[in-house]
Design a protein around this ligand. Structure first.
Ligand SMILES: [Zn+2]
Length: 219
């Protein structure tokens, strides 16, 4: 694994790398989690301590600048957990009501989803062909560039009919980055991210004719 910060292109790195949870600890309960799909898990499911579900891919300075996202994601995780309770009743099916209204900060949610996607990619260089975030991706996470909705970037909710209804009473977080190489250029199209049974697609590539054709060719 490269011993460096994925936000280095923005400048202002501190010397030491921080121990950053690959996926925010706010999503999990208990001391242990099960992990799969990383370079270090191979094709097995590994049970590890939540404390050790970390990766050193952001320096302390850049990580501390993203603390506002961690604060927001605690609220967002709680909101989606309540939504999940309302839909499936959690452990108590008598609480099943099918109705829930919640409000989250969408811009911070998008930035946090991209930060998590980049953590996942940088944690497994073998799987993700040593893809390393460029200044554009780092700028999106740090809010220096906004997701341009006019070009199709941003967060999409995937209808359960397309991706399956995965709502369950326990939290399963799945991050699937989509990396595409066109004529030698490798870029991140986005990622499918699901948690609390709800699948989202975060698109970080602006739509262009070529890109759309190639993305369609993948499916
Ligand atoms: Zn840094």
């Amino acid at each position: 694994m490269r011993n460096r910060c994925w936000a280095a292109s923005l400048g202002g790195c501190s010397e030491k790398l921080s121990r950053e949870h690959i996926i925010s600890a706010a999503f999990f309960e208990g001391n242990n989690i099960k992990a799969a799909g990383f370079d270090w898990t191979g094709d097995k499911v590994a049970e590890i301590s939540l404390k050790n579900a970390v990766v050193k891919v952001l320096c302390k300075s850049h990580n501390s600048k993203l603390s506002e996202l961690d604060t927001e994601i605690r609220k967002i995780s709680e909101c989606f957990s309540q939504f999940n309770q309302a839909v499936v009743g959690g452990a108590d099916s008598s609480k099943h009501s099918n109705q829930f209204v919640g409000q989250v900060n969408g811009v911070k949610f998008e930035r946090w989803l991209l930060k998590t996607t980049l953590n996942v990619i940088c944690a497994s260089p073998k799987k993700y062909i040593s893809f390393w975030p460029d200044e554009f991706l780092a700028s999106l996470v740090f809010g220096k560039i906004k997701f341009d909705y006019h070009t199709g970037m941003g967060l999409y909710f995937i209808h359960p009919n397309l991706y399956g209804n995965l709502v369950s009473s326990w939290n399963f977080v799945n991050v699937r980055p989509a990396i595409l190489t066109i004529e030698g250029d490798t870029g991140l199209i986005g990622a499918i991210i699901s948690f609390w049974g709800m699948p989202f697609f975060l698109k970080v590539a602006a739509s262009t004719e070529n890109l759309c054709l190639n993305v369609k060719g993948l499916t």
